[in-house]
Design a protein around this ligand. Sequence first.
Ligand SMILES: NC(=O)c1ccc[n+]([C@@H]2O[C@H](COP(=O)([O-])OP(=O)(O)OC[C@H]3O[C@@H](n4cnc5c(N)ncnc54)[C@H](O)[C@@H]3O)[C@@H](O)[C@H]2O)c1
Ligand SMILES: O=C(O)C(=O)C[C@@H](O)[C@H](O)[C@H](O)COP(=O)(O)O
Ligand SMILES: [Zn+2]
Length: 388
Amino acid sequence: MTVSDTAAPAPGTAEAGQTETVHVALGARAYDIRIGSGVSAELPARLKALSRQTRVAIVSDEAVAAQHLAPLVDALAAAGYEAVPILVPPGETSKRFGTLEDVLDRLLEARVERRDLVVALGGGVVGDLTGFAASILRRGVRFVQVPTTLLAQVDSSVGGKTGINTRHGKNLVGTFHQPSLVLADTDHLATLPDREMRAGYAEVVKYGLIGDAPFFAWLEEKGARVLARETGPLVRAVATSCRAKAATVAADETEQGARALLNLGHTFGHALEAETGYSARLLHGEAVAIGMVLAFDLSADLGLAPRADADRVRAHLKAAGLPVSIADIPGGPLAVERLVHHMQQDKKVVGGTLTLILAHGIGRAFTTQDVETAAIAARLAADGAASA
Ligand SMILES: NC(=O)c1ccc[n+]([C@@H]2O[C@H](COP(=O)([O-])OP(=O)(O)OC[C@H]3O[C@@H](n4cnc5c(N)ncnc54)[C@H](O)[C@@H]3O)[C@@H](O)[C@H]2O)c1
Ligand SMILES: O=C(O)C(=O)C[C@@H](O)[C@H](O)[C@H](O)COP(=O)(O)O
Ligand SMILES: [Zn+2]
């Protein structure tokens, strides 16, 4: 990664001040993703285009609200809207039944109607929770995503996966419910803690690893500028990620096939999150970074991918400041058996058999059900997990 590179961008790619629009082509459920500096100011006008109602509930978390709620509420008020804020505590533990019930109660208390729109202002936690609440409130109301983390801008605000965690595992209760609009305002990232920025970057790298080797190579060169929040590279990284996700979702909205590739690193990652208690010990994006390295190393173990590609993946994520092995997780070793137990609750399990996303190399991910549990356990142990 070089910070000093000033090469001109390719024609048609984002530079400072530019905004981009990515369309998610889902027929009756199609929507736009607006990306760039200041696009959240478009909210009142865009809401008007979606509904004649003049009341809007905004679900956010307390930390995001402290930084970004007031300007949105003011802009809405100036446009004749009554905004009803509903706040939840920040962090992954808000993705649970108790918080869902609370959000639903408060939406009903505010008499949010079927034709109203609910706005999710926040990271993936707020987006997943709000989207789920919207999908079951009065049997379904529309919602708009205003993602405020890099992770949410490149991934969770797009594609309509909503849900919460349960004591049995990650995202095990939820729905597919597409947003009606996504406004990814890159200015919001100015207040995002660096650790959260790096965690979101893991999901950016994911798109290169799944099917876009040139994008991965571009990130190797320009990733530091993305992480430094330089507008041009940042907008380009968000837009490239959203285009990849939009195309995948448009082709396979409910994950009957190809959408599963977006789960690269997640079967491992979700197990790591569960075993670390969905705590600050390990963020979702960090778990995905470790999971992607595990997936590439396992692919190399099985002779499916060049070891050099696995090494390149690890080197880039490490250079970005992300954890890259189980041994990097603070707070003591995790047990192989516990991790395998969590992996078996994955939603991609068929007839008790795990579906894994592996790769033939960078940009060449594929799904498989042909990996023995012993090979997975051996890889976890080699990565620093404790075996009995
Ligand atoms: N639905 C999907 O397709 C999808 C995709 C990827 C991840 N996810 C889910 O997303 C969640 C992770 O999302 P996340 O990484 O955004 O975490 P998050 O929502 O917990 O946000 C991270 C932290 O940053 C704070 N924050 C958010 N925006 C801020 C800003 N602009 N300035 C200052 N602080 C800010 C939040 O208060 C929080 O403490 C996980 O639950 C994951 O499972 C879902
Ligand atoms: O949108 C998808 O599809 C993804 O898999 C994106 C993932 O980054 C995201 O973390 C998603 O929530 C995981 O989905 P799950 O079905 O494994 O819970
Ligand atoms: Zn993810």
